[in-house]
Design a protein. Structure first.
Length: 232
């Protein structure tokens, strides 16, 4: 897979297969054993089903691939096993204020990545399947709705995706620009977060200039934020 970043694509087309991912076949038992220790440390963790990809390839401004559902326990083991086969793709809808400021969220302490800062997003799962393929925009709308309460019908969503790579992670980014100031968006979203005792985020905040980034920022976000400020 090409590594020149970012790569613009008009569509991301992930075909869902009911065959088990080769990594899950080889590692399911040891992954589940390791999962028991993770739950002791973070009791709120849930072993639901998420996607792990393979055969990601660019062609004619499209990103194609095959997606396999597997337990989160296997996915977490894959994340830690640096030489395990497979690729992880997720969608990221970057919330942007009318001033052009992107919003980031800080993960709540009870989550696996408590304290880390990201643009709000989430793993692809079975709720995102439409006609045998994964609908990335549906995932973005669902995840941002669940985590921030925003209604993306009130935003201008960029056409297509800019694709970034970080290790074995592939991030498909689209900008969602609102006609609200950063202060208005933060006030609205933080009010939503505070009303939910099980919220995955502890807060959201705006990034107002390049390189003036938060502590505990996820590494892949640095390149995405740099791209945003260079191209907005």
């Amino acid at each position: 897979m090409a590594e020149t970043l970012p790569i613009y694509v008009q569509s991301v087309e992930l075909s869902v297969t009911d065959q088990p991912h080769p990594y899950h076949v080889k590692n399911a038992d040891i992954a589940l054993e390791a999962w028991q220790g993770e739950v002791v440390k973070k009791p709120s963790l849930f072993n639901g089903l998420v996607f792990l990809e393979r055969e990601l390839n660019f062609t004619d401004k499209r990103l194609l691939g095959i997606s396999h559902l597997l337990p989160y326990s296997t996915f977490l083991h894959w994340l830690k096993n640096k030489d395990g086969e497979g690729e992880h793709l997720f969608a990221l809808g970057l919330i942007v204020s009318k001033e052009g400021f992107p919003l980031l969220g800080r993960m709540a302490a009870h989550t696996y990545n408590g304290g880390k800062c990201y643009a709000p997003s989430g793993s692809l799962d079975a709720d995102d399947i439409e006609d045998g393929k994964i609908n990335l925009l549906a995932n973005i709308k669902r995840e941002l709705g669940e985590e921030t309460g925003v209604d993306l019908s009130q935003s201008a969503i960029q056409d297509g995706f800019h694709v970034f790579r970080h290790g074995r992670n592939t991030i498909a980014v689209t900008r969602c620009k609102f006609d609200l100031t950063a202060a208005e968006l933060c006030r609205q979203i933080n009010g939503f977060i505070q009303s939910d005792p099980d919220a995955e985020l502890s807060e959201v905040f705006a990034v107002k200039e390049k390189q003036n980034y938060a502590d505990n920022l996820a590494e892949y976000m640095i390149e995405i934020l740099n791209w945003h400020f260079d191209t907005i």
